[in-house]
Write a protein that binds this ligand. Structure first.
Ligand SMILES: [Zn+2]
Ligand SMILES: [Zn+2]
Length: 377
């Protein structure tokens, strides 16, 4: 039996069925509604909303996010209209984008940011990116798992993901602050926030990692087991060359949804700024680490460490096409979650081949973003 037959018989890796220009249309409409909301809030709240955002978001990045958001929503709607799909739905989207443009669009005036508003400029962003790239490339060269060129196949695609991934941080903060202020306010429970805030720094950091990894475990598992969600997650699994940059490949829908979930959970629990800052750094490093082309000292593969933390071999098995390991090793920080929930697998070697069984995910950033919305033959 081939691996492909195994996958189709067990139903694993999800099935790809019934498509939706309607889904693309609905997402475009949702995006357009959000954009109009943000632009009007910036325009009509006398600078208060802008000042509020300015404390956590780089306004320059926000403007870029708005610009790309309008382009994506408008583009999807027009593409659907051209193929005469969903006239009312997509007509409404185009109308909303025009309203957003009339209100100022991504150039909407934002009144009086208070002095001292933190600003993470694009120059610093580029410098960070260059610095961390050099460090990770050097580490992989010092202790490589496999001999592999730095510019391996599809490095352009994954570099695009790396950059988009960082730029998206602004959008995630906006969505999370919307969700918190308008939807989840009733969930705030001051005694919990007081308790969390009173914990020492390292306890807060560990708790933040544990809470988000439990959420991550179950959302990740849902992305594997629900066929509609698998379409999106298949993009992450289309990686065939594992290295430090590979882990950034993720569909924007999945990336935004999971990040907003994590951020809402953290903000609701009341972690303080230092713990949140450290948390963001650890998550970024662990994403790189888990996918890296890296051979670690043997101690990481033995108890007790192997029960405790996720290491490259553990997560590499999550990406294999070998049937015995499919739908295993979901955790990203703490491997004991997989042992606890019965989904851990950890042979004493690394897998030979990575990817999606059947290799149906197209190459390239744009085609991968569109892929979940169209039927696969
Ligand atoms: Zn996965
Ligand atoms: Zn991964």
């Amino acid at each position: 039996m081939t691996a492909k037959q195994v996958a189709s018989e067990t139903g694993r890796h999800g099935r790809l069925e019934s498509t939706a220009g309607t889904l693309a249309g609905a997402l475009a409409l949702a995006l357009a509604v959000l954009i109009v909301a943000v632009v009007s809030a910036l325009r009509f709240s006398d600078g208060q909303f802008g000042a509020l955002l300015g404390r956590s978001v780089d306004i320059g990045v926000l403007r870029e996010v708005l610009f790309f958001g309008m382009a994506i929503a408008g583009g999807l709607a027009v593409a659907n209209l051209v193929q005469s799909r969903g006239r009312w739905l997509n007509g409404a989207t185009v109308a909303l984008i025009l309203v957003a443009v009339a209100l100022g669009g991504h150039r909407v005036p934002i009144a009086d940011l208070p002095a001292g508003t933190p600003y993470l400029g694009l120059d610093r962003f580029a410098l960070n990116l260059l610095g961390s790239s050099l460090i990770f490339i050097a580490i992989e060269k010092l202790s490589p798992l496999r001999a592999q060129a730095v510019l391996r196949p599809e490095w352009r695609t994954d570099s695009t993901y790396l950059i988009v991934n960082h730029l998206l941080a602004g959008l995630v903060l906006i969505l999370a602050s919307f969700a918190l202020h308008d939807l989840l306010g009733w969930m705030v429970w001051p005694p919990l926030q007081t308790w969390v805030g009173s914990l020492p720094f390292f306890a807060q950091l560990l708790l933040a990692l544990l809470v988000t990894d439990i959420i991550q475990y179950w959302t990740h598992r849902a992305f594997h087991e629900i066929p509609f969600l698998w379409r999106f997650h298949a993009v992450h699994h289309s990686i065939e060359h594992m290295d430090w940059i590979a882990g950034f490949r993720m569909h924007l829908f999945e990336l935004t949804l999971t990040r907003v979930l994590f951020l809402c959970a953290l903000l609701l629990m009341g972690f303080d700024k230092a713990a949140m800052g450290a948390y963001v750094v650890v998550v970024g490093l662990q994403t790189v680490f888990n996918h890296a082309n890296l051979r670690l000292p043997a101690v990481f593969g033995r108890a007790p460490l192997k029960w405790l933390i996720v290491t490259p071999d553990f997560h590499h098995w999550h990406h294999t096409v070998e049937p015995a390991a499919i739908d295993h090793n979901y955790a990203s920080h703490f491997s004991f979650l997989d042992y606890l929930f019965g989904t851990a697998v950890k042979p004493d070697r690394f897998p030979d081949e990575y990817g999606v069984i059947g290799r149906y995910v197209p190459p390239g950033f744009v085609r991968q973003q569109l892929f979940p919305f169209f039927r696969k033959r």
